[in-house]
Design a protein. Structure first.
Length: 264
């Protein structure tokens, strides 16, 4: 069985080569290009997908923070990137120093972009909503805002509140931010946080992190719009690793989604 698994992996890697915030970039060798509709995109640490891979999706994007440094946005767009989510804020008192620059540059390159907020559990949802609004422009044509819900490793905020509190404060944030920007925020989350807090009961559009397998295996029964499938992506125009994401539908679906979800 081990031999068969290795053989399948080798065949997949050969096929891909031929067809072709949140952590600091690692870099790495052994890159594999994903092929399909985005042949310029790659992964520096590929693995075998058991329940379905992301490479056949027609629409791919990035999420970034200060760790990506200087970005050649025209090159990024030319590589097939269709959207970008940019880290804006954390908690109630931290903002990403590169946010406004990335926001302007991505807009100038005509890449649809939105802002995300890293939620902390030592501030109320209302406080964090006000901080996000203070730092993120209300701009026509922006993607919906995102609330990033995951367990933090902060020494200053180690709290892990009960699920009822997590969902209550997140909902307050979403209501305030949604009313201000005219679009209900998307929830980004991780496998353990989703499970621990039963986030599937929330009325929300989801962006799911699943870097080891397809979301259908990690989040059974949960519908999603975005799938973060690797943290070791390769994108021309960005030095080092970057998070890569797939949209759930076709290019036509993406165009329809943009019509309904862009800020107006």
């Amino acid at each position: 069985m081990k031999f068969i698994a290795k053989l399948i992996m080798a065949m997949m890697l050969v096929t891909m080569v031929v067809s072709c915030g949140r952590t600091p970039p690692r870099g790495g060798g052994g890159a594999v290009y994903v092929g399909g509709n985005t042949p310029q995109l790659g992964d520096s640490d590929p693995h075998l997908w058991r329940s379905g891979h992301p490479y056949g999706h027609q629409v791919h994007g990035i999420d970034i923070s200060r760790w990506q440094g200087d970005i050649n946005w025209d090159q990024v767009r030319g590589a097939g990137i269709s959207f970008a989510f940019i880290k804006a804020t954390e908690g109630g008192d931290h903002s990403d120093p590169n946010f406004l620059r990335y926001w302007r540059e991505a807009g100038a390159a005509r890449i649809p972009r939105g802002a995300y907020h890293y939620f902390y559990f030592c501030r109320t949802g209302a406080e964090q909503a006000r901080w996000f609004i203070r730092n993120v422009p209300r701009e026509r044509g922006a993607l919906p805002p995102v609330i990033d819900l995951e367990w933090t490793n902060s020494r200053t905020c180690p709290r892990r509140p009960p699920a009822a509190e997590v969902k209550r404060e997140a909902e307050i944030f979403m209501q305030i931010v949604g009313q201000y920007y005219g679009q209900r925020p998307i929830i980004y989350t991780t496998v353990d946080f989703y499970r621990d807090n039963q986030l599937g009961t929330m009325q929300a559009e989801f962006w799911l992190r699943s870097v080891a397998d397809h979301p259908r295996a990690r989040y059974p029964g949960q519908r999603w719009s975005f799938w973060q499938y690797t943290g070791t992506g390769i994108v021309p125009g960005i030095r080092g690793d970057v998070d890569l994401n797939a949209f759930a539908g076709t290019k036509a679906d993406w165009a329809r989604w943009l019509q309904t979800r862009l800020s107006r």
